[in-house]
Design a protein around this ligand. Structure first.
Ligand code: SAM
Length: 196
């Protein structure tokens, strides 16, 4: 029997099908750099954010080892500052934005993404996205603080007037607190709210 793809693998599969080599992308939580490397392999340029110096250094090393340094701009700042940090000539030209929420694996588990800044970043992301751009949001309701963030995101999406197609992908083995993948894609029609 084939092993089901992990949610992270599904993020990569979805983005792979969506990104063209000339596109721009954002890694809103670069952590250990796995998503930044993936994006840099498939896009023209990646803007990568994290609040932890350790995460930025881990990502810097990983993209260097992969020969991708020229394709990634690293910012040691919160993703709530996306709009003022990504150069304005790229606004509305970003094809994919990844959020992998929670804490940095192998580091201090108390440093986690927070509902308020995540929502600010999501709001900014919608301004930066190209008309057919998408956002992937990997959410971990299972860790302390993760549940609050998850419910805030759900509430924000249910109130949003932005025309978005929203798909929710659950983990293969669903248990209380299992991670969830939300894929938000800009659309011309507002057909989303009944999905939540
Ligand atoms: C699950 S990890 C990301 C994993 C990463 N995408 C990878 O491929 O290795 C979540 C990261 O979000 C970062 N983070 C927390 N708050 C943040 C914020 N406001 N802005 C940007 N990054 C943040 C944490 O420091 C942590 O490194």
């Amino acid at each position: 029997m084939t092993k089901p793809l992990s949610l992270t693998q599904q993020v990569h599969q979805i983005i792979r099908a969506h990104l063209m080599p000339e596109d721009y992308a954002i890694d809103a939580t670069c952590g250990n750099g796995h998503d930044s490397v993936f994006l840099a392999r498939h896009a023209a340029h990646v803007f990568a954010f994290d609040i932890q110096k350790q995460a930025i250094e881990n990502t810097r090393k990983r993209i260097h080892d992969e020969g991708l340094t020229d394709k990634v701009s690293l910012y040691c700042t919160g993703h709530q500052h996306l709009a003022e940090t990504v150069p304005s000539q790229f606004h509305q030209r970003i094809k994919a934005i990844t959020f992998n929420l929670g804490y940095l694996p192998g580091s201090d588990k108390r440093i986690i993404t927070q509902a308020e800044s995540t929502l600010k970043a999501l709001h900014a992301s919608l301004q930066l996205l190209a008309p057919t751009g998408l956002i992937t949001l990997l959410i971990y309701p299972g860790h302390s603080g993760g549940d609050t963030e998850y419910h805030s995101i759900q509430h924000w999406l249910s109130q949003s007037s932005d025309p978005l197609q929203i798909d929710v992908i659950e983990s293969a083995r669903i248990r209380p607190g299992s991670p969830l993948l939300y894929v938000l894609q800009k659309t011309r029609f507002n057909n989303t709210l009944d999905r939540l």
